[in-house]
Design a protein around this ligand. Structure first.
Ligand SMILES: [Zn+2]
Length: 153
């Protein structure tokens, strides 16, 4: 009886993952709407232009902004297996957060105030720097607690 229940749950899980599998692969998933930011609690669907997420082996955490994502990942140290997604400022699609370029010090304001603006390429980041008076381009590994503290200064 215990086994039957287990297989029942397992088959539901497989069905569910089959349904969402194709859209999950690129990080864009409709079910991501209607989530709350794991850091500040704001509904992420109000901030589609800024949202991000961390997909771990056990759970997915959603964020309203790169700022909240970085604060949370610094507080709970990110596992190497965790996938990070942020919203590309120009493309407005989720991109790999570990490979993104982040511009700080620009005139673009995010949901939580001054933010790190994610761009998909070095070229886009440089373009953004020019357009929005950015101060610096950072890679994922270069963003630390000091960077977050310094936002908006
Ligand atoms: Zn937030």
């Amino acid at each position: 009886m215990k086994n039957a229940a287990y297989f029942f749950i397992l088959s539901i899980f497989i069905l569910l993952s089959a349904c969402t599998g194709s859209s999950e692969s690129n990080g864009n998933n409709q079910s991501d709407s209607n989530q709350r930011c794991a850091q500040c609690g704001m509904p992420t669907e109000e901030f589609q232009a800024w949202r991000g997420k961390i997909v771990g082996t056990a759970a997915t955490k959603h964020f309203c902004s790169p700022r909240c994502l970085f604060i949370n990942s610094q507080a709970h140290s990110l596992a190497p297996t965790d996938s990070v997604f942020v919203t590309d400022y120009y493309g407005q699609t989720l991109i790999d957060g570990r490979n993104a370029y982040y511009v700080i010090g620009s005139d673009v304001i995010g949901p939580m105030g001054h933010d790190l603006v994610p761009l998909a390429s070095q070229q886009a980041a440089e373009e953004f720097m020019q357009e929005h008076k950015g101060q610096q381009i950072l890679r994922f590994g270069e963003v630390d607690a000091e960077t977050i503290k310094g936002l908006g200064k």
